[in-house]
Design a protein around this ligand. Structure first.
Ligand SMILES: Cc1ncc(COP(=O)(O)O)c(C=O)c1O
Length: 354
């Protein structure tokens, strides 16, 4: 008897979990032919999870299908969420709550800001979508989590049933959505007749855990490479492991031989480090970074992307290999970086002169 599941069996297990429809699925899997040609291989395929649809999309829209499902299932009538001022997570969660007709309060940390809070990018969208917003100086992580839990408690005392950003249950519920993303990738790879050598993703939580679990459950051969976009005070790799285990229980995937081939890069490789390594390790990487600099730099994708390219550079992949890069979104942040990006754009000369 096979100890892995078919895509249909895994979908069936996922379908038993409460869910609220939000995302445009499946997201496309597209080859980056120009880049691959420029690099001389491997073929890099991009899984367009920036196109999940709701309020500029991103990975949290998948997460929120299951988080809203759990919240509605337990009769929640309020959401309390929080992260940094330019949180992609909050923007997508606000959108999800608007769609579900549930009010949401978000607690946003300005601890990492150099200057004043600017209403741009994700924050502008949070405001336009009608979230109630509170700014605090506590950094993202355990200190902010305490404030969020306190706001939820205050709502509870007023007679509400809040569903709030409570890291442990939330991360595990959300991971289910990326088990499904692994199913999509497996189906799409089958359709394209490719067998990826690796899957790269920006994650220090649900996204990479779910993908690794899904890939293992389906018996996919490739490792899932999680590149952490943030530094947490805890051990990210272990957190991924625990989250996989609980998510596995939640979707009732009890497989004896589940050994996800995964590697987490928990160290907060600063962007500068990553860029530097990417540049020195691989010339074409700096070339591609130069070309699309304004798109990738300081963007959540800026960490996994060079890592994907750097490991290719180290000749881990053959030129005829296929590598999948999951683009988890975060596009609105670009608008909050307008000044910075403007300075770094090299303008192409006009064919009509000045
Ligand atoms: C665009 C984007 N990609 C990836 C991540 C990582 O997601 P997670 O750690 O939940 O897997 C985040 C959030 O931190 C994000 O905003």
């Amino acid at each position: 008897m096979s100890n892995t599941l078919s895509t249909a069996e895994l979908r069936e297990a996922i379908d038993r979990v409460p869910r609220f429809a939000l995302a445009h699925l499946p997201t496309p899997l597209e080859p980056l032919r120009n880049l691959s040609k420029e690099l001389g291989g491997p073929t890099i395929w991009i899984k367009r999870d920036d196109c999940t649809g709701l309020a500029f999309g991103g990975n949290k829209t998948r997460h929120n299908e299951f988080l809203l499902g759990a919240a509605l299932d337990e009769g929640a009538d309020y959401f309390v969420w929080g992260a940094g001022v330019q949180s992609n997570n909050c923007r997508q969660t606000v959108a999800a709550c608007v769609k579900a007709g549930i009010p949401i309060h978000i607690v946003l940390s300005r601890a990492h800001l150099d200057g004043p809070v600017e209403t741009q990018g994700n924050l502008l969208l949070d405001q336009l979508m009608g979230a109630s917003i509170e700014f605090v100086d506590a950094p993202v992580g355990p200190e902010l989590d305490v404030i969020i839990a306190d706001r939820a408690e205050q709502l509870r005392q007023k007679g509400h049933h809040p569903f709030f950003w409570n890291r442990n249950p939330v991360v595990q519920i959300a991971a289910i959505s990326y088990v499904e993303c692994a199913v999509e990738i497996a189906e799409q790879c089958q359709h394209e007749r490719i067998d990826p050598a690796a899957i790269y993703v920006s994650s220090c939580g649900s996204t990479g855990s779910g993908l690794a679990l899904g890939a293992a459950a389906l018996g996919m051969n490739c490792p899932v490479k999680n590149i952490a976009p943030l530094t947490w005070p805890w051990d990210t790799a272990n957190g991924h492991g625990r989250s996989r285990l609980r998510c596995c229980r939640a979707v009732a995937v009890f497989l004896t031989a589940l050994r996800p081939q995964t590697s987490t890069f928990p160290r907060a490789t600063s962007l500068r480090d990553t860029e530097l390594r990417a540049r020195t390790a691989w010339k074409p990487c700096s070339l591609s970074q130069g070309r699309s600099r304004s798109f990738w730099i300081r963007f959540t994708q800026a960490k996994p992307w060079p890592a994907c390219l750097t490991t290719s550079a180290a000749e881990i992949f053959r030129s005829d290999d296929d590598v999948v890069f999951v683009h988890t979104g975060g596009t609105p942040v670009l608008f909050a970086m307008n000044d910075f990006l403007n300075k770094s754009i090299t303008r192409r000369p006009s064919p009509f002169g000045e």
